[in-house]
Design a protein around this ligand. Structure first.
Ligand SMILES: Nc1ncnc2c1ncn2[C@@H]1O[C@H](COP(=O)(O)OP(=O)(O)OP(=O)(O)O)[C@@H](O)[C@H]1O
Length: 282
């Protein structure tokens, strides 16, 4: 398929419809001393339906806290979170999470792990198995249905985690450092796999990473958080590289390098501030 046709198809996928909205979100935690620790301060951010947004920022600035708020594991101290235009109260039922740690139960086979989400939603075993087989094939694990997690490599277990999450067809996919434990080759394979699957769906992805190159290679937008405490949105960059993308190859595109330089200029300052805080707190 030629690039123009692909670009048109892709452009049509990201809609203007807001899926996740953070409106003036502040999050405070109480320290054991009773002091208030402001992690996030007045965050305004919108992720549209079908959009892939990555969030980068210095260590400890509040990226995972932002994800917890969108998942509904925590609630904002001030401001509000809207999901599909409704204020979020409690757990976000249309979101699913993939964390750095693995989600698979060690005593269950691949097919039992992957079909679990559907079984918990009341689907009968045969139907859930059929659907699980389809997802196991999509993530490249056909033939491993009867294996247990310990019989698989780290990359394969990550594929199980993806299939486990995607089988319930979440409208929002929340990913926290999901591929950071993988070697670079497996990581690129998984990133390409994720993009392929995402391009087939209209899921909105909120992706946390420490790796700016990974963020640019995958995303429609990269959001930079400032150094904490009281982190806020420092920059919001549109990544207009053509799709479909090969994450290993797109890094050599001159437009990629320009974006990297521009965003890194923003991020580097925040990393230095955060580093200075760490040193002065020692
Ligand atoms: N439940 C909590 N209670 C108190 N403080 C918390 C809680 N959760 C997070 N924090 C604090 O909020 C700050 C931000 O943490 P968070 O994990 O969101 O940052 P991060 O950007 O994801 O970090 P990293 O890049 O290291 O993964 C940290 O100072 C952390 O100690």
């Amino acid at each position: 398929m030629n690039k123009e046709i692909e670009a048109v198809r892709y452009e049509a996928k990201v809609t203007e419809t807001p899926m996740i909205e953070l409106q003036g979100v502040t999050k405070e935690f109480l320290k054991p001393s009773g002091e208030v620790h402001t992690v996030l301060q007045d965050i305004n951010l919108t992720v549209r339906k079908g959009e892939f947004v990555s969030i980068v920022g210095p260590t400890g600035c509040g990226k995972s806290t932002t994800l917890s708020l969108i998942a509904g594991f925590e609630s904002p101290t001030k401001g509000r979170i809207k999901i599909q235009n409704e204020t979020l109260e409690g757990i976000n039922k249309i979101a699913a999470c993939v964390f750095q740690t693995e989600n698979a139960f060690p005593w269950k086979t691949v097919i039992d792990n992957v079909s679990l989400g559907l079984r918990l939603r009341g689907m009968n075993k045969q139907e859930a198995y059929e659907e699980a087989k389809r997802w196991i094939e999509i993530v490249g694990l056909k033939g491993f249905e009867g294996h247990y997690p310990h019989q698989l490599s780290g990359g394969m277990r990550k594929r199980v985690a993806l299939a486990q999450t995607l089988i319930v067809q979440p409208q929002i996919l929340l990913m926290d450092e999901s591929f950071s434990a993988l070697d670079v080759h497996t990581r690129h394979l998984m990133e390409n796999e994720l993009l392929k699957i995402w391009e087939e769906t209209s899921a909105s992805v909120f992706f946390i990473t420490h790796d700016l190159e990974e963020a640019i290679a995958l995303s429609d937008r990269v959001v930079v958080l400032s150094a904490g405490p009281a982190a806020t949105v420092k920059g919001d960059y549109k990544i207009d590289l053509p799709r479909p993308r090969n994450v290993a190859e797109v890094r050599f595109d001159p437009a990629f390098m320009r974006l990297h330089e521009q965003i890194w200029n923003d991020l580097r300052d925040e990393v230095m501030i955060s580093y200075a805080h760490t040193i002065s707190n020692k």
